[in-house]
Design a protein around this ligand. Structure first.
Ligand SMILES: [Zn+2]
Length: 212
């Protein structure tokens, strides 16, 4: 009788340990982790090659003025406000050479043209994290824009243009770089800066969505 109780206790302990082990194994599995699954699904390709080598000095949501003390760009640019996108800089050797710009997502083109402050601009409609959005690629060489506004779906990583020349009309007389903006909704929105911080909520920070 005494021996039987001992065996029963041992069996209960063994069942307990093995079920804890199985439970723990299940939690570690990436397939069973919804956090990890949604993160990898949302990552987008970068619009410029060699993205890890490029400086991203002017990030989403930064407040800048033309005062060098508040501005990460040297020399500072003339804009004031909260930056609605991510600026991606050129590499030193690219100042004179062609820098292709590629789509970060799949969708049709909503706008191509020239806009004050940007020079050449392409805006693409994309579904980003289940949010219908418009993606703005700014400071493009207008003559290089290779897409047009129609119902054709453009795949991610498709070359759409080259960056405009440094401090010319092609870049809106600013430095050669890419402004990447994501605005919620599929209407055309050109704002690169907003004066009211609250208005940033209409935009999405591109940086966490781009691949490592
Ligand atoms: Zn910018």
């Amino acid at each position: 009788m005494h021996k039987e109780i001992k065996l029963l206790v041992l069996a209960i302990i063994l069942i307990g340990i093995s079920s804890l082990w199985l439970l723990n194994r299940g939690m570690d599995s990436p397939i069973n982790s919804p956090m990890q699954a949604s993160k990898s699904a949302s990552l987008l390709p970068w619009p410029l090659e060699k993205s890890d080598e490029r400086q991203k000095l002017l990030k989403f949501g930064m407040y800048v003025t033309p005062d060098p003390a508040t501005n990460p760009i040297s020399p500072p640019e003339r804009f004031t406000g909260y930056h609605t996108g991510l600026d991606i800089e050129i590499l030193p050797e690219e100042k004179e050479s062609s820098v292709p710009v590629k789509t970060i997502c799949e969708g049709k083109i909503l706008f191509t043209g020239t806009i004050e402050g940007y020079g050449g601009v392409v805006i693409q409609e994309c579904n980003i994290n289940n949010q219908l959005s418009s993606v703005l690629y700014g400071h493009l060489k207008p003559s290089s824009i290779a897409v047009s506004q129609n119902n054709e779906t453009i795949k991610p990583s498709s070359a759409i243009a080259e960056l405009g020349d440094d401090r010319t009309e092609e870049t809106g007389n600013t430095r050669k770089h890419l402004h990447l903006g994501i605005h919620k909704g599929n209407h055309i929105e050109f704002l690169g800066y907003v004066t009211d911080e609250k208005d940033l909520q209409d935009f999405i920070d591109p940086l966490p969505l781009l691949q490592d």
